[in-house]
Design a protein around this ligand. Structure first.
Ligand SMILES: *Cc1c(COP(=O)(O)O)cnc(C)c1O
Length: 363
């Protein structure tokens, strides 16, 4: 192996986290959300690791039609939900052939379904806009959609998505709108994302849709993944490839944004924004050098970043040097902490893992 960067995907952690989702879901069924290449973890491996659990997900939910078809061609028989539905009528023969369940959110999609000869035994999700104001029917649109599909689709599921399940507004304002819009309807409900599943047990519905928690990310700023019983699935590691001794007044990296005010020892790590490390991570972003916590220094560049080794004791009283292992996030350093320092969320770090980073699986 040449460049020392690698991502390790811990499939037993993924299974553990799915078990946490199961325990929170109680009798509700679970779509394991695997959009965006299973949040950067690798769609095929994530689905394979979950699908052969004794208590496997009840289905897999994603966005990308081509990837859903890949799953079918790899032999997956469980239900598949297309979270953003379809975009044009010419996709519908593929949905029908591969038995992919669409989320429908516009009336013209309802007409396309009927024109395509939608099979009555293939469910359709109807998405309601309860305040997210991205996708979904209003109350009048829902009535027209249900009328048009009545008797033509045996299994309609009413769905909405929470805007602030992880935040101060919570879910009750949206639940109230949802209840008003669906009064008297007996169809199944699909409501909760990870945050609602973990913190709002009254807002789960019949089918929950956890994503980030499966990968060991916490949806909450004030609660760590560890506190939620979640284990990191992706660990991104590299090595120190050069060491610089900085004299006071010397700066480091592009823009000279960090200047040493005393003699400093700096490690240069083979990981940059072209590997998926956030360029916006400022000086002080946490990083592990041989399991010792330290901080980044200066700007992240395309292929490299710098870490503070000054006074750092690693191993048996030794010093970090070329070849010393560096953990960017994962086991020992939650991606949530790195993301918070960089002004983003772990979702974005995971999804941005670059294809040039070799991946190994841990079973
Ligand atoms: C991505 C997504 C989810 C999963 O959300 P998490 O916050 O990752 O749990 C659930 N529902 C829909 C519609 C989504 O797009």
């Amino acid at each position: 192996m040449s460049r020392p960067i690698r991502a390790t995907i811990d499939l037993s952690a993924l299974r553990n986290n799915f078990g946490v989702a199961r325990r929170h879901a109680g009798p509700a069924r679970l779509w394991a959300v695997v959009k965006a290449n299973a949040y950067g973890h690798g769609l095929t491996r994530a689905v394979a690791a979950l699908a052969d659990l004794a208590e496997a997900p009840d289905g897999f939910a994603l966005i990308e039609l081509e990837r859903a078809i890949d799953l079918r061609e790899n032999g997956l028989r469980l239900p598949i939900l297309l979270l953003e539905g379809f975009y044009r009528a010419d996709e519908l023969p593929l949905l029908i052939r591969h038995r992919l369940i669409p989320v429908v959110h516009r009336l013209d999609q309802v007409r396309m379904l009927l024109d395509a000869g939608w099979p009555a035994d293939l469910p359709v999700y109807l998405k309601l806009n309860t305040g997210m104001n991205r996708l979904g029917f209003n109350v009048a649109g829902l009535a027209v959609a249900r009328q048009a599909l009545a008797g033509k689709v045996a299994n309609l599921v009413l769905m909405t998505h929470f805007a602030d399940a992880d935040g101060p507004r919570g879910v009750d304002w949206q639940l109230a709108r949802f209840a008003a819009m669906t009064a008297g309807m007996t169809d199944a409900r699909s409501l909760a994302n990870s945050a609602a599943l973990l913190h709002h047990p009254h807002a789960i519905g019949d089918w929950a849709r956890p994503g980030i928690m499966l990968y060991g990310g916490s949806p909450f700023a004030d609660q760590t993944a560890d506190q939620l019983g979640l284990q990191p699935v992706m660990t991104l590691q590299s090595e120190i490839i050069a060491v610089q001794e900085l004299a006071p007044g010397e700066s480091i990296g592009y823009g000279c944004t960090f200047t040493a005010d005393r003699p400093m020892r700096v490690g240069v790590v083979a990981c940059g924004y072209a590997d998926g490390y956030p360029r916006h991570a400022p000086t002080g972003t946490p990083v592990l050098v041989d399991d010792q916590k330290t901080r980044t220094l200066g700007r992240v560049s395309m292929d490299k970043l710098c870490v503070d080794l000054t006074g750092l004791k690693v191993g048996a009283g030794g010093t970090a040097t070329i070849g010393t292992r560096v953990t960017l996030w994962g086991r020992g350093l939650p991606a949530d902490a790195v993301a918070a320092a960089a002004g983003t969320i772990s979702y974005e770090l995971f999804c941005a893992l670059a294809s040039r980073v070799p991946v190994t699986e841990k079973r």
